[in-house]
Design a protein around this ligand. Structure first.
Ligand code: FAD
Length: 368
């Protein structure tokens, strides 16, 4: 019988909740300390569009992130049914469209896609007829499209809430609206797991190791009762590339921006205008949509744009970070890797091989 441990988890965004859930299922006693709310406010995960888009992300994502994304799709399909609170998950693919004058962008996009998938054509070329069959409300507005069949999406806020419910049911002691540091938690637990996202910046950034920063993202959440879409739509556009992620009940999460800034203040007029103009150009009925919320958050990003796991066996601390702009897409694989590392350290066994960690870098923390 394996020994069970007291584990304090810092940060109850996406990764902290997933880790708490999986560790509690293994029988460990878990305490979760999070600056954010039970619903998820305060986490990048609360703002995210939660698209599971490893094909499209291959355009400018790293090869590792893309692989983690494909690995995680299968894990999400196993894990979501294990949650006792229902969560909207859809795997209807993604449709990429563009206006007639932007055909060159589409050509560039498909060349990048092919290169990122080792010469394979992983999309279907759709004509106006196929687009209007799959998305009747788009009709014949777009003459061509690329369909990425493997992709999916989740409802981010439902995932966060379902995980919080799971934690309550499995007896995890949750302290919401509470901040902590690995050092002060270490005194009260056998092991500390640091999943604070950008909140971990000051302890993560040590000389000689990959640096953590926030990368700003902005979204609108709109209610458009006249519009139904069956899958996320990406619009290729020279100035305003856009994604529209349709959730349940005519709720749409609209986003585009990735700004190299750590300003987490409200959305700018310019971003709002650009998002709304591009949205209106996809379908004029979006003109009547109600803007429920405009929101911004910082994506926890490392220099190499991959996730990383660090440990200090002496202090009994494991830190996981760098989920960047694809946290939902890669979180289950990152979580599996974290569980492998933490279990090996707890049992005083050698660290797992790279393959068991889905290729994620596992490093000792350097002292400051
Ligand atoms: C606009 C936007 C759109 C996105 N869209 C997508 C998408 O479509 N698909 C996708 O896969 N990903 C997307 N993401 C990325 C995804 O949201 C992140 O990668 C993911 O949320 C990172 O998870 P995390 O748990 O590491 O950090 P977070 O979700 O930010 O959670 C960190 C938690 O730590 C807590 N915390 C911070 N400091 C402390 C402290 N001192 N003590 C205790 N708790 C603390 C915070 O309150 C928070 O709850 C998007 C992100 C943004 C901003």
């Amino acid at each position: 019988m394996r020994k069970k441990f007291d584990v304090a988890i810092l940060g109850g965004g996406l990764l902290g909740r997933l880790m708490a859930w999986r560790l509690a299922r293994q029988g460990h006693r878990i305490t979760l300390v999070s600056a954010g709310s039970r619903e998820g406010e305060g986490a990048a995960a609360y703002i995210a569009a939660a698209m599971l888009a490893p094909a499209a992300e291959a355009i400018d994502g790293t090869a590792l992130a893309v692989q983690l994304g494909y690995d995680s799709l299968g894990l999400w399909t196993q894990w979501i049914p294990q949650l006792s609170t229902p969560v909207f998950m859809q795997q209807n693919g993604t449709l990429v469209v563009w206006h007639a004058q932007d055909g060159a962008l589409a050509q560039q996009f498909s060349q990048h896609l092919r290169r990122a998938h080792q010469g394979q054509t992983i999309w279907q070329d759709w004509q106006a007829e196929e687009i209007s069959q799959a998305e009747p409300q788009l009709g014949h507005r777009f003459g061509r499209g690329l369909f990425l069949a493997s992709e999916g999406q989740l409802d981010n806020r439902q995932v966060l809430l379902a995980l919080a419910n799971e934690l309550d049911q499995s007896g995890v002691e949750c302290h919401w609206h509470t901040t902590g540091t690995p050092e002060n938690c270490a005194a009260q637990a056998d092991w500390v797991l640091d999943c604070r996202g950008t909140g971990a910046k000051s302890s993560w950034n040590r000389q000689g190791q990959s640096q953590l920063r926030g990368v700003r993202g902005e979204v609108l959440r709109v209610y458009a009762p006249e519009i139904s879409l069956n899958r996320p739509i990406r619009l290729l556009h020279p100035r305003y590339p856009l994604y529209i992620a349709p959730k349940q009940n005519h709720l749409f999460v609209i986003g585009a921006t990735q700004l190299e800034s750590e300003d987490d203040g409200p959305i700018s007029v310019r971003s709002g205008l650009e998002l709304m103009s591009a949205l209106y150009a996809v379908h004029p009925a979006f003109g009547e949509a109600r803007v429920l919320e405009s929101a911004t958050a910082l994506r926890p990003t490392l220099n190499h744009e991959n996730p990383e796991i660090r440990y200090d066996a002496g202090q009994r601390i494991v830190a996981m970070n760098g989920l960047f702009r694809h946290g939902f897409m890669i979180a289950p694989a990152v979580c599996e890797a974290g569980l492998q590392v933490l279990t090996a350290l707890m049992q005083q066994q050698p660290l797992p091989e790279a393959a068991a960690c889905h290729g994620i870098a596992v490093q000792a923390m350097l002292s400051e």
